[in-house]
Design a protein around this ligand. Sequence first.
Ligand code: MSP
Length: 506
Amino acid sequence: MDTPFYVTTPIYYVNDAPHIGHAYPTVAADVLARWRRLWGDDVQFLTGTDEHGLKVQRAAEEQGVTPLEWADRTSERYRETWRLLEITNTDFIRTTEPRHHAAVQQFMQRVYDNGYIERGTYEGLYCVSCEAYYTEGELVDGMCAIHKTPVERVTEENYFFKLSAFEDRLLEHYAAHPEAVQPESRRNEVLGFIKQGLRDFSMSRTSITWGVPLPWDPDHVAYVWFDALFNYCTAVGYGDDRARFDRYWPVDYHIVGKDIVRFHAVYWPAMLMAAGEAPPKCVFAHGFLLVGGEKMSKTGLNQIAPADLVETFGSDGLRYHFLADQRFGPDGDFSFEAMVARYNADLANNFGNLASRVLNMAVTYCDGVAPHARAEGPLVPAIERAFEENARHLERLDYAGAYGAVWELIGAANSFIEDSEPWKLHKAGDAGAVAGVLGDCLEALRIVALLASPIIPDACRELWRRLGLDGAPEDQSLPAAAAWGLGPSGTNLEKGDPLFPRIDTD
Ligand code: MSP
């Protein structure tokens, strides 16, 4: 448990119920967290809810409850959803928590004392859904380009964050750390935005009370994004435990959607620099999951709750589909039909069949006791390749590539069974050859369970148990545990129901 590794998801607005667009980055962060844990890292994995701002205040008013009552309710729904999806976050932050208010206030005071916050008047066009100001030029037909809803003209006397002072430092930072915004298309977008010239932005509001009061002028509350972004620092001890903060900060990965890259890759590093803290090591921006070509929206009918999919596909099925089935970075289209097809092909057939064939044969032909894998089994090169490719792709958050490599190994093991025909060897009474083939296959299954455990943890845990192995795949440590020949050998095997029952589309 040596190397610290810190990964975050965005914190979700509580005006909206959890849908699959929120599950997408959360599952991505979870797979990364699980994978780093296998490598022995000391992982901090943060998610949570964003509970201040006009948007939440209005949602609560519409429901006739206080903003906090509203936030309590929705925040709990996020927690439930993450439990259902087997998300292994180590912390869940709510921006209404006292620890967050205290940390944000210290941070704001620091930035103010450093001279990067000033008083001024602002008039602009505000999109409540984005909680952001736009210029006329950024609007499409006079509407917010993202939400396609009218913007509001707002005039406020408030405090400004001097973003313009950070243009050069941000450009220098990104020149020295090209990996700090990924993928490259997003990095170019961010650089283009900075080069156009940065405008100071108002970081406080007097029009609402639902927020964190500025310590030097409590008639103002912090602009919701100013407070929200800071959640990442609060959770690792800013202003409370400097040693802990220094251990995990700067964060390794902020996983965010492409709609909030500007906040994370322009505003946020500048805010940190203004307080004398280091910017994030990497902001990784993914595309949207689209349903019928459209982004899911609160008002749209196309909003899908993760729980509905879990009912049909299990949490493993959802996790696999979101990440292994499409590239993480570009937009991906979500369709029920495509999800069923890949579930049946990859999980029920390739993975599930390999497990049940091998276990059934070993129970029948070898009296349920696992034979040894052979020293130089023919599957060894396929395993080494899968292991290396899996790691190489996960380093770059290329989940589809990483798990594609594991499924190639599964394919190789299935072909190996077809080619070596253990049922014929058994009929011919060649017990040694049967044990050799099945020993190799059982060992391949163990390594598949290990490598696939970050993405389909439930099935891998169950497979591990049926192989008669102690503990669970997530207790193992890489790279040692991926070495060929560590077992199962001599363990008691168990057949069982299909790990992934086929889904009949009729
Ligand atoms: N509260 C802010 C984030 C603050 S982080 C300091 C916010 N919340 S959100 O709930 O509106 O969105 C959270 C994340 O969900 C964003 O990264 C957004 O891109 C992502 N998604 C919401 N719908 C999505 C899809 N349909 N597909 C993929 N992700 C999308 O923004």
